[in-house]
Design a binder for this molecule. Structure first.
Ligand SMILES: [Zn+2]
Length: 142
């Protein structure tokens, strides 16, 4: 499922291979109004609520098999009641679009990434996968 309310697949831009200062982007930026609802794209588990300098307010979710991690960044705030380790269902409200971290204040967006996890299932480490083809086929949220 698409992670941001009110965004159609046709509005998505594939920014996976774009350059960013010092690295490849390896994620999709989904532009939306500040405060737009962000939803879990899949079932699984909320693994980590983490604040970082580049990502701002972020959330890491694993898929049900623990093979994939979904990373949501630049959130304005989290949804109420989130706890690390809690199960998530596809479509659960997890937060709101913002520009925390290194996102431009005038361009709030969700930075969304997918990683294939290694055998140790570390939330901070994985092989990036371009989510764009799957999101093109995903159903809109909200
Ligand atoms: Zn980004």
């Amino acid at each position: 499922m698409l992670p941001v309310e009110g965004v159609a697949p046709s509005a998505l831009v594939d920014t996976f291979n774009e350059g960013r200062p010092g690295h490849r982007h390896e994620a999709i930026d989904i532009l939306a109004r500040r405060g737009s609802r962000v939803y879990a794209v899949d079932d699984g588990k909320l693994v980590k609520l983490f604040t970082s300098v580049p990502g701002g307010l972020t959330l890491y979710q694993f898929d049900p098999d623990g093979n994939l991690a979904y990373y949501y960044a630049h959130l304005d705030r989290y949804a109420d009641g989130l706890k690390e380790g809690m199960p998530l269902r596809r479509g659960d409200l997890i937060g709101y679009v913002g520009s925390t971290g290194n996102a431009a204040v005038e361009a709030p967006h969700l930075h969304f990434a997918v990683f294939r996890l290694g055998p140790q299932r570390q939330w901070w480490k994985g092989q990036p996968i371009n989510p764009y083809p799957a999101l093109l086929r995903a159903r809109p949220a909200g």
